[in-house]
Design a protein. Structure first.
Length: 204
């Protein structure tokens, strides 16, 4: 293997993320119908949610409820308290995290939930420049983040099948999702500070 050269230039974001060690864990993929609500706050340092099918609303104190549709990807960088439910009004506390699985009908919402555990202090720089909630709308078909749709489809395939090496595959696939979230913010010029600098120039 001697003498091989790398023709792919390393950009600043790659240079930084390769030094920010983090693991991903997917712990829920469930379908809901009727009145339902989930709260995964405190489950991990940085929770995330992917709407697989249907629609939902995400609620966070101090923010207007945000409607979510299939293929929307949500990141909660500071593990802020939040709930996801079927309605635009905040859910009753007794409804949160109670069983509400699909009854087999066509009107239901399917959600994938997980979280990221950052092992490097450098991650504080990355997370501090992000708002309390980051949403990538229509992630499967968003022209600003070409490629994330394939990551999502591969993730759901692994979740739904007990293939050998499934846990490792899910971890590696989930680790790609925040990269696409950052690309979306760069494309829409939403990043500021340190993150804006990472998205603006190649690494020399």
């Amino acid at each position: 293997m001697n003498g091989l050269t790398n023709d792919i230039n390393e950009d600043a974001l790659t240079h930084f993320l390769s030094r920010v060690r983090f693991d991903a864990q997917i712990f829920k993929h469930q379908s809901y119908c009727g009145d339902w609500a989930i709260d995964t706050s405190g489950s991990g340092p940085v929770p995330f949610h992917l709407i697989d099918k249907g629609s939902a609303w995400v609620h966070m104190e101090g923010s207007e409820p945000q409607q979510l549709q299939a293929s929307d990807l949500v990141l909660i960088p500071h593990d802020q308290s939040h709930t996801i439910s079927n309605a635009p009004t905040p859910p009753d506390s007794g409804l949160i995290n109670t069983p509400a699985e699909s009854d087999g009908g066509t009107s239901f919402t399917s959600i994938l939930c997980g979280y990221y555990v950052f092992e490097s202090i450098s991650a504080e720089v990355l997370l501090s420049d992000l708002p309390d909630m980051v949403i990538l709308l229509n992630a499967r078909n968003n022209p600003l983040t070409n490629g994330v749709g394939h990551v999502i489809d591969a993730t759901l395939l692994e979740v739904d099948n007990n293939y050998p090496g499934r846990t490792l595959a899910l971890c590696d696939l989930a680790r790609l999702m925040p990269l696409h979230l950052l690309r979306g913010r760069f494309a829409e010029a939403l990043s500021t500070g340190f993150l804006a600098a990472l998205g603006a120039r190649p690494c020399s």
